[in-house]
Design a protein around this ligand. Structure first.
Ligand code: NAD
Length: 405
């Protein structure tokens, strides 16, 4: 059954930009929120997004055509016959399950129900309905109308057909739609979390300064340094995510105490004018690093720690990539494109692993494991690749074995 009409529940940051992405894909969009005020605020954001797209070269008439496809509703009764619902309400399980229960009662039996949750269980949300086979995660990145990746996350009971249709829908929005098996933080944010966490430990251990870390990472492979990125997203959000990953995955995601201290000092980043950097109050522009942080860190230096190299931050991301592959969270060939599309990396973690050499990655991970313990326990799959003398992860057999004796 083809998808024509799409309802989006929640007109906040994500709902508004998902509406633009979906209308731009040619679909009729019904944007729903709990109040007319929230819908009006959502529409204002949507108009700004279209204006910005026009400034970037989208034809005015085309922008208008897309905008006209979006209509707002406060009553669920108006969306009973849509083919797909994308829920983007608050990240609270009780709120989401209440929304899904209501949608399940109201929507026609064939309607697919998708959630944009970043961290809640798709399986639990699906279990609140009588159609768990038609419930799926559809994880857009912010802002959804610009970001190229969408993670398609089936829950335990989601049918293959629902998964295929959702992947196809994602591709029809001109996005890279990647199937990701359900795990905490899904694929991209899981790997990102490990790397972001290690940037804080590096600082905490007094191995490099704020500027050294961000500069090295930008020169290597990222469009923005991890500490500038933390300031953009907010240390409070970062701490909540880090605590969640720690709870789900255990020791290797243990947050550096520095993050908690940042939150205690209200150094949340751009939104409070101070984080790892300070920000001009009038222009919001980044000025100088917040040097006091180095004083907080100086006593913590781990005497055994090796000197800072940029690979130190990517070795944990590579190790996490192997753990994810081992769990079959995604197809190996999807991993790098997903990370590149979502994070703007110039090369993905598997390409970096091949560049460094799989054996060298393992050796470095083992060295770090000796110094820092569980955070660096090597992924069994990485060990197996090294034992097999593979040089490549996604290449063909000849390429994989090239150079091996
Ligand atoms: N912000 C991000 O960067 C980001 C990225 C990916 C995924 N997400 C996920 O997207 C979802 C929405 O996040 P957001 O940042 O857009 O939140 P937001 O707070 O900006 O917007 C939430 C909207 O939902 C509305 N709402 C609340 N309860 C509702 C209900 N019962 N029915 C209809 N509308 C309701 C609110 O009025 C608000 O407009 C969350 O699950 C979040 O985890 C967020």
């Amino acid at each position: 059954m083809p998808i024509h009409k799409v309802a989006i529940i929640g007109a906040g940051t994500m709902g508004a930009s998902i509406a633009v992405a979906v209308a731009s894909g040619g679909y009729d969009v019904f944007l729903q929120d709990i109040s007319t005020e929230a819908l009006e605020a959502g529409l204002k954001k949507i108009d700004k997004m279209f204006q910005s797209l026009v400034r970037k070269g989208l034809a005015e008439e085309e922008s208008q055509r897309r905008r006209e496809r979006i209509c707002t509703v406060t009553e669920y009764s108006r969306i009973a016959d849509v083919d797909l619902v994308i829920e983007a309400v608050l990240e609270k399980i009780d709120v989401k399950t209440a929304v899904f229960r209501e949608l399940d009662q109201l929507c026609k039996p064939e309607t697919l129900l998708a959630t944009n949750t970043s961290s809640l269980s798709i399986t639990e949300i699906a279990a609140s309905t009588n159609r768990p086979d038609k419930v799926i995660g559809l994880h857009f990145f912010n802002p959804a109308h610009l970001m190229k990746l969408v993670e398609v996350v089936p829950g335990l009971e989601t049918s293959e057909q629902t998964c295929e249709r959702t992947l196809e829908f994602g591709r029809s929005l001109d996005k890279l739609a990647v199937r990701v098996d359900e795990c905490a933080s899904f694929l991209v944010n899981r790997l990102l979390g490990r790397y972001m966490g290690e940037s804080l430990w590096t600082l905490q251990d007094g191995l490099a300064t704020i500027e050294e870390i961000d500069k090295a990472v930008c020169e290597y492979v990222m469009p923005i340094g991890p500490l500038a990125l933390r300031d953009m997203n907010g240390a409070d959000i970062g701490l909540a995510v880090a605590k969640f990953n720690f709870q789900e995955y255990g020791e290797r995601f243990r947050p550096a105490p520095l993050l908690e201290q940042m939150v205690e000092h209200n150094w949340l980043g751009q939104k409070t004018g101070k984080g790892f950097y300070t920000y001009d109050q009038d222009t919001g522009k980044r000025t100088v690093p917040n040097e006091v942080i180095h004083e907080l860190c100086s006593g913590a230096s781990n005497a055994k720690a090796s000197p800072f190299t940029v690979q130190r931050l990517f070795i944990p991301m590579i190790n996490e990539a192997f753990l994810a592959l081992q769990e079959r969270v995604c197809a190996p060939e999807d991993l790098d494109p997903a990370l590149m599309a979502a994070l703007g990396m110039r090369r993905g973690p598997l390409a970096l692993a091949e560049e460094i050499g799989l054996a060298a990655c393992l050796k470095e991970t083992e060295k770090m494991f000796e110094i820092h313990g569980e955070r660096f326990r090597p992924a069994p799959l990485l060990k197996r690749y090294v034992r097999a003398r593979r040089q490549s992860i996604t290449g063909n057999k000849e390429r994989q074995l090239a150079g091996s004796v």
